[in-house]
Design a protein around this ligand. Structure first.
Ligand SMILES: [Zn+2]
Length: 398
């Protein structure tokens, strides 16, 4: 986590100065970049320079839809005040004073097939073009991300939770409070007093998106979203830049290797580091659980396996470990319930089938036990413990 303040825009002295301006010779924010570049006089060498753009057709780079829409509005502001060839060099704002002029502008604009995110309503309002048909702008993944961060900023945790992919599951299983604890206790999240959208990106399939925010001019926050049934939900949060999104699986692998080699000190260091970045990762919670299991800290292990399950209710290994802790601490009915939930989703999970069978052996329910063990061995012939249990069962019933 960075402690030093990041660069501010040298023009507004307020927003993050995320790009270097070749015209000014210092860092500026994207809003001020738009103000400058819309005159199309920026040098070609700048990635953000604009050239020969027609109305609503910008040829230039934007880091987010928000920036693109802002730029279109600024372009519209210029367009309405300049003589336009298409109107025999008349100026749109002057034309808009008469109904005939307004009709000409409406006819001209109506021939375009505009992308729904283009703020045509802005132009409509600007020139009082009552007859211009405008489709309402769709809610984008950026809008959802902004609304979500807005809720974090105002500490409206319940509302924020409703944006999450697993929200329905949490409600059904009375787990929403657990999630709220995770998010509201985060050091960065609970102290948001200012946020700015910096950039966003969409996958090729257009079903996943990342939206990157600056927080308090100090921290980075990346929100990952998923499109399900035409609706954007929030999948996870990363305290860091969007690039870190792709390194998560590598980081998980690193931890898995360290733990398998029993290098617990190094594993502890990396787990601490990564879990402060990937704050909603069920995997790191799971590995914390394993870490504490290795160190025989059962209550801590139990806590982390449960966190992993809140973050990803379909996480079989986390559920198994959580169930096993219940089993070995004597919460037999609860353990059994969890084991059954596991085999509902993973019908041949060997450890679960075997553990359930041994519970039945203890209860002298030998037929149930035999059925489970046979099912286990049939699908997992290599699993020796089940074989041994079946032999034990043979001796008990023989
Ligand atoms: Zn600025």
């Amino acid at each position: 986590m960075k402690i030093f303040k990041k660069k501010k825009c040298k023009i507004c002295k307020n927003k993050p100065g995320t790009r270097f301006c070749l015209r000014k010779g210092f860092n500026i924010c994207w809003e001020d970049c738009n103000i400058l570049r819309v005159d199309e006089k920026c040098p070609d060498e700048c990635d953000y320079h604009l050239q020969n753009s027609d109305i609503m057709q910008l040829k230039g780079k934007s880091d987010s839809q928000m920036e693109y829409i802002d730029l279109l509005k600024k372009q519209m502001d210029i367009w309405v005040n300049k003589p336009q060839k298409i109107f025999q060099d008349k100026i749109p704002v002057t034309m808009a004073e008469s109904s005939d002029g307004r009709k000409k502008i409406v006819d001209f604009l109506s021939q375009f097939k505009v992308n729904p995110i283009v703020p045509l309503s802005y132009l409509k309002e600007r020139l009082s073009l009552d007859d211009l048909k405008v489709v309402s702008n769709p809610q984008t993944y950026e809008d959802i991300a902004v609304e979500f961060v807005q809720n974090l900023y105002t500490n409206e945790w319940v509302k924020a939770a409703s944006f999450m992919t697993n929200h329905n599951y949490w409600i059904a299983h009375e787990m929403e409070d657990e999630f709220i604890k995770i998010i509201s206790n985060n050091k960065v999240i609970k102290k948001i007093n200012n946020f700015d959208l910096i950039s966003s990106a969409l996958t090729k399939e257009k079903d996943q998106a990342l939206v990157y925010f600056d927080i308090n001019n100090k921290f980075d926050l990346t929100i990952s979203l998923q499109l399900t049934n035409d609706h954007w939900n929030i999948r996870s949060l990363i305290i860091g830049k969007p690039e870190l999104f792709n390194s998560e699986s590598e980081a998980i692998q690193q931890i898995a290797i360290l733990l398998s080699k029993n290098e617990t000190t190094k594993a502890f260091e990396l787990l601490s580091k990564y879990s402060s970045i990937y704050i909603m990762s069920s995997d790191f919670e799971y590995y914390w659980g394993l870490y504490h299991t290795f160190n025989k800290k059962q209550p801590k292990a139990e806590h982390h396996f449960l966190q992993a399950l809140i973050l990803d209710p379909a996480f079989i290994e986390a559920k198994y470990n959580y169930a096993f802790i219940q089993h070995s601490s004597g919460n037999l009915e609860f353990a059994k319930k969890l084991y059954y939930e596991i085999i509902d989703n993973a019908p041949n999970e060997p450890k679960t089938l075997n553990n359930l069978a041994s519970m039945f052996i203890d209860e002298k329910k030998y037929e149930e036990a035999e059925e489970l063990l046979k099912r286990c061995i049939k699908n997992n012939p290599e699993f020796e413990i089940a074989q041994q249990n079946l032999e034990r069962l043979g001796k008990l019933t023989g």
